[in-house]
Design a protein around this ligand. Structure first.
Ligand code: SAM
Length: 241
């Protein structure tokens, strides 16, 4: 069962009412524990995990407040990097996006960059190339074992997945599984859980996962997907993301 239950009082500047669910999970089953709140508050209470897989909510950086928000993401990425030996962070393919992720995760060495090609993505941004390539920067030391998969994955757009889940920027579970499965059954952490696709990928591999999501409506989506035993909503024939 899930549902909002007020956390034990611990108000903070980001959570003045002390209702951000640190002490008490929003949802828990034998595989997944989900917290509702700001990951910068909750990460301090999460112990060590085996891998962080996360897709932060990047802004365009066009205004001061958006830069401030991006600074908050950097803080969260740094905190998460202290909890795991391996971290996979989604980012844009812009030079600034690449620099941002690399400078936020300073504790772990940059090991590999993987690429997710989302076909048919339309982008209003200027430039001759579409924003249809998502880079996933993998941090951590040493070899990650025998190479079994390509470092490139391709899917259709994510518009139908967004309609299915109710989240505006979901990642297909198949993409999360491609990143996570070499590390199964390690415990996965996603501090920007969104619609919960990384958590579902770990659950599908029989592993445990911890998620954090600041928007309660997205926590509901995650809880619903997990309760339904949904394996994936991979879109077919999508036209735009
Ligand atoms: C790009 S989405 C993640 C999508 C996810 N990978 C999926 O497959 O659905 C980023 C998520 O981070 C959440 N978020 C933003 N700031 C947060 C914070 N400080 N703590 C926790 N979650 C946050 C947003 O509400 C959003 O759902």
């Amino acid at each position: 069962m899930w549902g909002w239950r007020p956390r034990t009082a611990r108000p903070s500047a980001r959570c003045p009412a002390g209702r951000c669910g640190v002490a008490e999970p929003y949802y828990a089953d034998e595989h997944v524990t989900l917290y509702h709140g700001d990951c910068r508050d909750i990460l301090a209470e999460v112990g060590s995990v085996d891998i962080v897989v996360t897709d932060p909510p990047y802004s365009t950086g066009r205004s001061e407040s958006e830069f401030a928000a991006t600074g908050n993401i950097a803080v969260a990425l740094h905190m998460a990097s202290e909890l795991a030996p391996v971290m996979a962070v989604f980012g844009t393919s812009s030079g600034r996006g690449i620099e941002f992720v690399r400078s936020s995760v300073r504790k772990l060495p940059h090991n590999r960059t993987l690429a997710w090609h989302r076909a048919y993505v339309n982008s209003p941004a200027a430039g001759p190339w579409r924003w249809d390539l998502v880079l996933i920067h993998v941090f951590g030391r040493g070899s990650f074992g025998r190479p079994e998969s390509s470092s490139l994955i391709q899917t259709d757009g994510t518009k139908s997945l967004a309609l299915e889940t109710g989240h505006r920027s979901p990642v297909p579970v198949r993409v999360m599984g491609w990143i996570y499965e070499p590390f199964a059954p390690g415990v996965l952490l996603d501090p920007f859980a969104g619609s919960g696709s990384a958590l579902i990928a770990a659950r599908n591999a029989g592993a445990r996962a911890i998620g954090i999501e600041i928007e309660e409506r997205y926590c509901e989506i995650i809880a619903r997907r997990l309760s339904q035993g949904t394996l994936d909503f991979d879109p077919i024939g999508d036209e735009a993301a």
